[in-house]
Design a protein around this ligand. Structure first.
Ligand SMILES: [Zn+2]
Length: 362
């Protein structure tokens, strides 16, 4: 076999393994999309045969554009995720195009949709590790005020350029732990959900994996704090593994629980959002305390990764957190979210006190 797909998958395995080989704390996924790691590996990504469509966050294009290569045949600003808008974009793309997504979660999701709807090749260049969207198959559509997942995107390659991540403000990279840290609280919620008769069947293998991911994240945290090559690679490899497992299990119960419901409820109550990984990390710190679930562990990971978590550092207020907690039970019930600690004797007054203690550390 010497197809381009096979060659790139092979190269990616070697690249990530060698990046991490020098660091015994590193995590290397054995699953997921072909991924290339290195310095400058995204430079010239647009230089390829046929038409090229760049799907990009507009502000990211301002600095990435000169490194893209020849000007793309079409550039799509990734700003909106309604299905009607995305289908209109998909219809505008040339039939011989390669789709190249560049940016954060919205750019990855728009690129996935255009690629999947039109059956065209896809390359993803994440510019931040704040979400795992480059490693998941479905697009998070915003459909009539709700989030809905649809699609089945498989990129030829995900390109992780250390230079891009290391040029970003470190806080944005350190936020990337949120969607891995969430395994800690989600696992607890899944367990009580199964006990209450509500959830996808318990799976010892996946439950054990969640704990391995948390342990790998703990070991990688100092490198994530320092934004080293190995720290970035471990974090992205964890996102790659978790993206693969979501598809393998056909549900995300092992990584999405009350910490994400807290985040979604915060967005509904306040009408705004902050960086996803930071909001989810706050959710993990609060919910693990309410669960009585080894809250020292996420706390020590947040501490050593240096992830922002105190309200004043995130430009959110205690009033907003209190309002989120006030609304949380009604929000999760009305929204049909999975059973979690929020349905298990959740006391709002006590939760507010626990939240204050949970977020008060360096
Ligand atoms: Zn998430």
């Amino acid at each position: 076999m010497s197809s381009p797909d096979h060659a790139s998958a092979h190269a990616s395995t070697n690249a990530s393994a060698s990046t991490n080989a020098a660091d015994p704390s590193a995590f290397v996924s054995r699953h997921g999309f072909a991924t290339t790691y290195g310095h400058g590996v995204a430079t010239g990504v647009g230089d390829r045969p046929g038409s090229v469509v760049a799907v990009c966050d507009p502000e990211v294009w301002q600095w990435f554009g000169p490194a893209f290569g020849p000007a793309p045949d079409l550039r799509i600003d990734a700003v909106e995720l309604s299905p009607a808008h995305l289908d209109e974009l998909a219809g505008s793309v040339p039939a011989d195009a390669t789709i190249i997504g560049i940016g954060g979660g919205v750019a990855m999701d728009v690129a996935k949709w255009v690629h999947w709807r039109r059956g065209l090749p896809l390359i993803q260049v994440p510019t931040l590790p704040s979400v795992n969207a480059c490693f998941t198959r479905m697009t998070a559509l915003r459909d009539g005020g709700r989030v809905r997942y649809e699609g089945n995107a498989i990129p030829e390659q995900v390109i992780v350029d250390f230079d891009i991540f290391q040029a970003a403000p470190p806080a944005l990279v350190r936020a990337g732990i949120g969607d891995v840290l969430s395994c800690h609280t989600a696992l607890w919620d899944w367990r009580v959900g199964v006990a209450a008769g509500f959830d996808p069947a318990w799976d010892d293998d996946s439950a054990g994996s969640s704990m391995r991911y948390i342990d790998a994240l703990r070991r990688a945290a100092p490198g994530i704090h320092d934004v080293t090559d190995a720290g970035i690679a471990s974090l992205m490899e964890l996102h790659r593994e978790i993206g693969w497992r979501c598809h393998e299990m056909q549900h995300a119960r092992f990584e999405e629980g009350s910490e994400h419901f807290f985040a979604y409820c915060f967005e509904e109550v306040t009408g705004r959002t902050i960086l996803h990984g930071e909001l989810v990390s706050v959710g993990v710190l609060i919910m693990s305390a309410i669960q009585g679930n080894n809250s020292w562990l996420p706390r020590s990971i947040v501490h050593s990764a240096g992830t922002r978590h105190r309200p004043q550092d995130l430009a959110i207020t205690w009033d907003e957190i209190d309002a989120t907690l006030d609304h949380l039970r009604a929000f999760t019930t009305a929204g049909g979210y999975w059973h979690s600690v929020i349905q298990e004797g959740f006391d709002v007054g006590r939760a507010k006190e626990q939240a204050r203690a949970a977020l008060d550390f360096d």
